[in-house]
Design a binder for this molecule. Structure first.
Ligand SMILES: [Fe+2]
Length: 279
């Protein structure tokens, strides 16, 4: 079996890539630039990410309660069960199979259009203040509205993407780099054993030092749309982002991130993930 090793906070993780498309190096070019990366003029551009205080304790609790309520309703409806004392961090006690989990996550993209009161629009002014430019949740290329993804990751599960850059699908498909920026907001279960792994400054590495797939990936038998990165500048090391409740992790769409293995024993990790474009 073909296995690849990565290090997250010094811990080695091996994943099977049996059935994955071939890995190859890219061209001698750096894709992140003043034209292709809207984080280029940020003070934190050299590292490719920053963490900001976004929500007060009260605002965070409101957000968490709303998401807990929406997921509880979704489980009750999909699995036809009643959950009077639902605890989001114990999601994995109720959703024990991949089949049930996929039933739930296939619906979490729609959470925000339905009964839920929270709107990403309400966060945009704060995010604009951090960045110093205006943001929009509409893709200017095809006018589609950006989804907020509620990423639910059970302990020791495969509920994650392989290490990747968000821009690659556009680059490989249409030779086009979309001008968006990534946001990641913890909801519950985000700890030093479960937070999103990132590789600081990896957006500055030229493509001929990045070994990756060019058409999706297969990890542990699961198919992914993102291109999987195996090695960058001879390196395979990721570090867990240090982002707490009420904060937001902001990062360049050129930054290598992923392999968000939840190494907690008994905590489901939930985070909001979304992209916004420069207006
Ligand atoms: Fe991503």
């Amino acid at each position: 079996m073909t296995k690849i090793a990565f290090k997250i906070n010094e811990k080695v993780h091996e994943v099977s890539v049996e059935g994955s498309p071939a890995f190859a190096f890219g061209k001698a070019e750096t894709l992140s630039s003043a034209i292709t990366d809207i984080t280029y003029h940020q003070a934190w551009y050299p590292k490719g990410f920053e963490v900001f205080d976004l929500l007060s304790v009260k605002e965070f609790e409101h957000l968490k309660q709303g998401i807990t309520h929406s997921i509880k309703n979704l489980i009750e409806k999909e699995l036809q069960i009643s959950l009077p004392n639902f605890d989001l961090t114990k999601y994995h006690h109720i959703i024990k199979t991949d089949t049930d989990h996929f039933k739930i996550v296939s619906k979490t993209r729609d959470l925000f259009s339905g009964d839920f009161t929270f709107s990403v629009q309400s966060l945009i002014p704060s995010l604009e203040k951090f960045l110093g430019f205006q943001l929009i949740d509409i893709n200017p290329k095809d006018e589609t509205k950006m989804h907020i993804i509620v990423r639910i990751n059970r302990p020791h599960s495969n509920d994650y993407n392989p290490p990747h850059k968000d821009i690659y699908e556009g680059v490989d498909g249409e030779n086009y780099i979309p001008l968006f920026i990534n946001f990641w907001i913890p909801i519950c279960g985000v700890t030093e054993n479960s937070a999103l792994p990132i590789s600081p400054a990896s957006h500055l590495i030229p493509e001929n030092q990045i070994l990756r797939t060019f058409d999706g990936a297969v990890v542990a038998g699961n198919k992914y749309r993102v291109r999987m990165i195996k090695e960058w500048a001879g390196n395979n090391v990721l570090e867990r982002a240090k982002v707490a409740d009420g904060q937001v992790l902001v990062f360049s769409s050129h930054l290598i991130h992923g392999l968000a293995i939840n190494d907690e024993e008994d905590l489901t990790r939930v985070a909001l993930e979304f992209r916004l474009f420069k207006k």
